[in-house]
Design a binder for this molecule. Structure first.
Ligand code: SAM
Length: 209
């Protein structure tokens, strides 16, 4: 799998690690302007480690749903162009705002990803990539509601958390249902479980249909 420009394996303390170039955010090792991308703390990072192609290219215009305190959104913004980062909880948003201070292309939005009409006036259309990592019920519904921002050949990079849908069912059964729902709006290109980095999570790469 080819890594996009701006994502490389670099050596930190003698260890080869996935990395992007930018200001450090969460205490990750830095060397020569590069910062290690911790796949245990980032589903997109785990996707690279597992050989998936999340659909991120240098300079991409990105909408990121569920940005939390910016761990992954910061790495994405190191690589991408304009990166709109939606998060609905005020506490992580405070951290996200300081992460954005050193990244002129990262735009935090204190919004609910289930209501895209509340940020449609800010986020541009025709985006290259929609990254979604919202630990909430109805993850396929959120992805379908935000499909409107993607260009026809854009990519959805989705991390599905089984327990957020239904903590009592087998994760694989939950994933099958979420994928069925997702197919209403997307063609699935790839899907893989994120073990051992993230238990009971399925990563999905898809394109609008
Ligand atoms: N993507 C982050 C990372 O890798 O650094 C971690 C995201 S965390 C697993 C899920 C986040 O989604 C939480 O911060 C939560 O507040 C947010 N979230 C859940 N439902 C949401 C919604 N409907 N709209 C916006 N954010 C939401």
């Amino acid at each position: 799998m080819a890594l996009p420009d701006g994502v490389q394996y670099r050596t930190f303390d003698g260890e080869e690690r996935l990395a992007t170039r930018g200001e450090p955010v969460y205490g990750e090792p830095v060397a020569d302007g590069w910062r290690a991308w911790d796949a245990h703390r980032s589903k997109v990072g785990a996707m690279y480690e597992l050989g998936m192609e999340p659909g991120l290219d240098a300079g991409d215009h990105v909408l990121y749903l569920g940005a939390a305190n910016g761990t992954t959104a910061s790495h994405v913004a190191d690589v991408a162009g304009p990166t709109y980062a939606v998060e609905f909880a005020a506490r992580p948003m405070r951290d996200l705002l300081s992460v954005a201070e050193t990244r002129g292309n990262l735009f935090p939005l204190l919004k609910d990803a289930r209501n895209p009409e509340t940020y449609a006036h800010v986020v541009e259309d025709g985006l290259d990539l929609l990254v979604q990592d919202v630990a909430t019920r109805g993850q396929a519904r959120v992805a379908r509601a935000n499909r409107q921002f993607l260009s026809d050949d854009g990519r959805l990079c989705l991390a599905i958390k089984a327990r957020s849908e239904d903590a009592t069912r087998e994760p694989d059964d939950v994933f099958a249902d979420v994928l069925d729902d997702l197919r209403e709006g997307y063609e699935i290109l790839d899907s893989r479980r994120l073990d051992p980095f993230h238990a009971d999570h399925l990563a999905v790469v898809a394109t609008p249909r």
